[in-house]
Design a protein around this ligand. Sequence first.
Ligand code: AMP
Ligand code: TRP
Length: 338
Amino acid sequence: MTDSTFTPRVFSGIKPSGGLTLGNYLGAIKRWVDMQDGETETIYCAVDLHAITVWQDPTGLKAGTREIAAGMLASGIDPEKSILFNQSQVPEHTQLAWIFNCVARLGWMNRMTQFKDKAGKNAEKASLGLYAYPSLMAADILLYHATHVPVGEDQKQHVELTRDIANKFNNDFGVDFFPVTEPVIEGPGTRVMNLRDGTKKMSKSGESDMERINMLDDADTIAKKFKKAKTDPDGIPETLDGLNGRPEAKNLVDIYSGLADMTAEAVVAEYAGAGWGKFKPALAELAVAKLAPISDEMKRLMDDPAEIDRKLARGAERAREIATPILEKTYDIVGLLR
Ligand code: AMP
Ligand code: TRP
């Protein structure tokens, strides 16, 4: 998987800052499930400390963390094969993040587009945590010496920053301690777009619920959202090139492709010349067939929060077994007396 001397290890995370969306599923969770069946150790995290970089209602945050965990379990993350936990139960994440705050440069942070998007015009009012967020993300990854990080396209810049932090730490201290991590961004669905505006990504926190598919949406809601999804007068083209410059049309084809495990070419070939009146109901049917079993299982799991909490606590214990020696070694390298 990598030419470095580090044993391959996968780490990834999702913020409990709202319900899971189809973007999270296709861009992240579905690919995490595929990765856990190989030789490589896989570690998946509900990153609650990232969620609080913007205001979260405390009761909602606990419920959201359990929902993310339920979503991962229901999608097929197996807590025996993978380590599954929530970030705040492993305090080493924040300890390493402080060290990285002292490695990362302000100039690097100022280039982060997610901060600019989220802080918007009101950057003066954004939390310091939102600005430092990519440094905590680097700590999440490097605390486990993770070599591969499966994420959606939107997180590429943060993984690149993680590489810069690892390189600078290694150079500054003259060590080869942190691996230079690879982002794993491949296949369809790495950037699922908003159903009402194909130039924006589908997100948990967008203004209107009509712009996203939530993992817990029922069949009627899914059908309604696809029916109302923005398109253009042309239907499915004869070839893939016919989707150029048509972000909304391309997005629906990409979603179909991700859900059906088909290439976009194959989807276009199958529906060539079809109008939206044919394609949209077929897409809705496919989405319901894939998502309904997951959302049913999520609801079942969420009926027993104590069991989810037990699984997360056990995952956190296993995570700490890896994290503690790496943090201790980092403290030694930096010269912190213990
Ligand atoms: P977040 O919901 O921002 O915590 O994102 C968690 C994971 O889902 C990250 O790997 C994101 O890249 C991925 N993700 C979120 N939204 C989308 C989207 N619209 N398309 C593809 N991947 C996404
Ligand atoms: N920043 C990621 C997001 O918004 C979530 C995240 C936090 C993450 N830490 C991570 C993803 C570590 C991968 C690895 O989607």
